[in-house]
Ligand binder design. Structure first.
Ligand code: ZN
Length: 144
């Protein structure tokens, strides 16, 4: 039985995830002592969302959220299709520990939520135009 995921926080301040029962070491500094359990989740998706949230500095998170809410283009487009709140949640879910968002991961998250439109390409294109995300490598984006 391997269900269950833990969110852990290292003494260095980095949050990361591990399967329950594993012997975790920090994914940033490699330390395996001084690690505290900060949450337990049923799925790796919930875990990933919690970790992304925990590792995003508060000021950046608030800024990104207010910019996403303000964006008139995104709001207008998503009124007819996936709701802005849902899309926003999916984007955050798809963002990795290190703040990177890949096209493949976003596609996968949209599929999990059963969203056909907007597509991952459209979402990333809009976010890029609004200046919320920038492309850091081929098919990889980072939050500003
Ligand atoms: Zn660490």
């Amino acid at each position: 039985m391997s269900s269950g995921w833990k969110m852990l926080r290292c003494a260095c301040g980095h949050s990361f995830g591990s399967r329950r029962g594993g012997r975790p070491s920090c994914s940033r500094c490699g330390e395996s002592t001084g690690i505290a359990t900060t949450g337990i989740y049923d799925s790796s998706v919930q875990l990933a969302e919690a970790i992304a949230h925990a590792n995003l500095p508060t000021e950046i998170r608030e800024d990104v959220e207010s910019r996403l809410k303000r964006g008139p283009r995104l709001r207008e487009q998503t009124r007819k299709r996936g709701g802005v709140e849902l899309i926003h949640r999916i984007i955050r879910k798809a963002t990795a520990n290190n703040g990177e968002l890949t096209l493949a991961k976003l596609r996968e998250s949209l599929e999990v939520e059963g969203i056909a439109e907007p597509t991952a390409e459209e979402i990333l294109g809009d976010a890029e135009i609004q200046g919320v995300l920038f492309r850091s490598a081929t098919d990889t984006w980072r939050w500003l």
